[in-house]
Design a protein around this ligand. Structure first.
Ligand code: URP
Ligand code: ZN
Ligand code: ZN
Ligand code: ZN
Length: 478
């Protein structure tokens, strides 16, 4: 068992910041100490195996990205990051845990799919991982499987109000799954978009010859997100199940969530960096020399990027301050332009949906601190502490305290990171969705369960370092 001391840094937890040293013994944090402390008269720096000098830097709990899709089969192809490449990229960016989605398509057995995802991930991951389960077209067998999965640490289930024939469950099916969630304590996650409305608008756009990526955005209007969010909340209210709305991009959807919370409901919302920074006009409507007006395919994801003229992005930052939105995940679902996104040239509905950002979430959200949109502590809260609490990992993850796993990031506020350069990121993508983004701040050192896996420019981890995390029920409920 090796010992590590992180000295001289400012330890930032969601609850406060203090100058402190952190002692790690084996995989766990043993003590958080006053700066320069000795232990029973022993100079700690001379007694430990490794000293990490964090002078002038922040020492934060490792990021937790609770929404990723590594090697997800979707849209006739598969997300381009494997568990190996995607979790390594996450580690480079200061994320030390992910919660990925097991996918069950109609007529597949959820438990078989759960076993298949273990097979994909085992021995591959750089950092710890847990699973949510996607349930498509909810059936009696899905409801039975939900109890078994909760016992396996899969304590959250994602349902869809869109993608007919692929993922969609109708309101009755959703209601039954929510009834089960209300009984067994699982968090019910919702992709809240009105799929029937979207299907009509997509076909009308294509019929009118509007085939470019831009029209992916206009055929999924905010009203379809607000309506579905409201409906999901009403279904949750009927059953008493806790509800977590994923990838919220419309301010009106946030308002629905806020109203439900004001009524005392266990309703929560997640947003993603793309909805804070990017827009329908600047990204989905982009053109380039290489791709012409198909450039926007790089940012085709659902819910879509919203218009910059309607105030969604600004509202989302405010919601992060007021806790109307509780946390930020990436919805990392990368596809390459060549051979994947380009399947949709001439028909935007054939562009595989997803954006890749797992490596950049901590840096991107830190820019909110730099711009005084959020506090330093709130940065840690929305990227680590709340994800841990929301999905039953808190205590081990999401906090720097004795007994917690040694998942720690040393973040240099005076460093600089050019995240938008394709050649310098570690995700398995042939482009960057964040081209042109220059970051104040730098991930210097990353420890995963006590092991230094990133040290400056060196990657010291290995595939298989990351282990399955058996999650408990949500620790965030009121
Ligand atoms: O476009 C997206 N979000 N792709 C991933 C699948 C999902 O709906 O989260
Ligand atoms: Zn979704
Ligand atoms: Zn997703
Ligand atoms: Zn640095």
């Amino acid at each position: 068992m090796s010992t590590t001391l992180i000295t001289g840094g400012k330890v930032v937890n969601a609850t406060g910041t203090a100058q402190a040293d952190v002692l790690i013994d084996g995989e766990r944090i043993a003590a958080v100490l006053a700066p320069g402390s000795t232990l029973l008269g022993h100079d700690l720096t001379a007694s430990v195996d490794t000293v990490v000098n964090a002078t002038g830097k922040y020492v934060i709990p490792g990021g937790i990205d609770a929404h990723t899709h590594m090697q997800m089969p979707f849209g006739g192809t598969e997300a381009s990051d494997t568990f190996e490449t995607g979790t390594r990229a996450a580690a480079w960016g200061g994320t030390t845990s992910i919660v990925d989605f097991v996918v069950q398509y109609p007529d597949e057995n959820p438990l078989d799919r759960y076993a298949a995802w273990h097979e994909k991930a085992a021995g591959e991951c750089a950092i710890d991982y847990g699973f949510h389960q996607i349930l498509s077209d909810v059936q009696d067998s899905s409801l039975v499987a939900m109890d078994e999965l909760v016992a396996e640490g899969v304590t959250s289930f994602k349902l869809f109000m869109a993608y007919k024939g692929v993922f969609l469950s109708d309101d009755g099916q959703i209601l039954r799954a929510f009834q089960k969630g209300a009984k067994n304590g699982a968090m019910m996650m919702m992709h809240a978009e009105n799929g029937a409305v979207i299907d009509v608008l997509v076909n009308q756009a294509l019929d009118a010859g509007n085939t470019l990526p831009f029209f992916h955005g206009t055929s999924r209007p905010w009203q379809a997100e607000e309506e579905a969010t409201h409906r999901a909340i009403m279904l949750a209210d009927i059953t008493g199940a806790p509800l977590y709305v994923v990838h919220v991009s419309a301010k009106q959807a946030v308002q629905q969530i806020a109203a439900a919370r004001d009524r005392g409901m266990n309703v929560f919302g997640e947003t993603c960096p793309q909805y804070l920074y990017l827009s329908l006009e600047d990204q989905l409507g982009a053109s380039s020399e290489e791709w012409g007006n198909f450039e926007g395919a790089k940012w085709v994801c659902s819910t879509p990027l919203r218009s910059k003229h309607e105030g969604h992005q600004h509202y989302m930052w405010q919601s992060l301050r007021t806790n109307d939105i509780q946390m930020v995940s990436t919805d990392h679902c990368p596809f390459c332009m060549k051979g994947q996104k380009d399947m949709g040239i001439g028909d935007f509905s054939k562009i595989p949906n997803g954006v890749g950002s797992v490596e950049h979430r901590m840096d991107l959200m830190y820019q909110g601190v730099v711009a005084e949109q959020i506090t330093l502590e709130r940065w840690v809260e929305i990227t680590s502490t709340t994800p841990a609490r929301m999905f039953g990992m808190y205590g081990k993850k999401g906090v720097i305290q004795p007994g917690a796993d040694g998942d720690i990031v040393v973040y240099d506020p005076h460093g600089h990171t050019s995240i938008g350069v394709n050649e310098t990121h570690h995700m398995n993508m042939d482009y960057s969705a964040w081209e042109g983004f220059e970051i104040d701040g730098h991930v210097d050192t990353v420890l995963s369960r006590g092991k230094v896996i990133v040290d400056g420019d060196r990657y010291l981890g290995a595939k298989g370092d990351g282990k399955y995390f058996k999650r408990g029920l949500s620790q965030y409920l009121i």
